[in-house]
Design a protein. Structure first.
Length: 127
């Protein structure tokens, strides 16, 4: 059994295979998943798990080079994303954000019901 925070086998395996510049998206329950993009569906019920629960677990194993979120996200939501020790978090119009998801290795669907609670994470390197 793993000792780290991230115990979900499929998600942990995905993080282990990310290369430099690969995109992983953590999305709310309503974020559309483009055809052909892998969806790791963690949504159990409204709010469970929350986007920050999933993001915090991912950040224990993932090196993030850059990140982006929708500029339409409420200021408090933007602040919560930026409080994580990720990197600089860009803000994109939501339509542009959704276009970026087409290139994702996977979208992790959470049970989050907060509008625009989505974040793009581009993988960095640990060296």
């Amino acid at each position: 059994m793993k000792r780290t925070m991230l115990l979900h086998g499929e998600l942990s395996g995905l993080v282990a295979t990310l290369g430099h510049g690969d995109l992983l998206v953590v999305g709310d329950a309503g974020l559309p998943v483009p055809r052909g993009v892998r969806c790791i569906d963690l949504a159990l019920s409204r709010g469970i798990p929350g986007v920050f629960d999933v993001l915090d677990a991912l950040l224990t194993e993932m090196v993030v080079e850059r990140a982006a979120l929708a500029e339409e996200a409420a200021p408090e939501l933007q602040k919560r994303f930026c409080q994580r020790n990720i990197c600089t978090v860009a803000r994109l119009p939501h339509t542009t954000f959704k276009t970026c998801t087409i290139e994702a290795r996977a979208i992790v669907r959470t049970g989050e019901f907060t509008p625009y609670a989505n974040i793009c994470l581009w993988s960095g390197v640990a060296f």
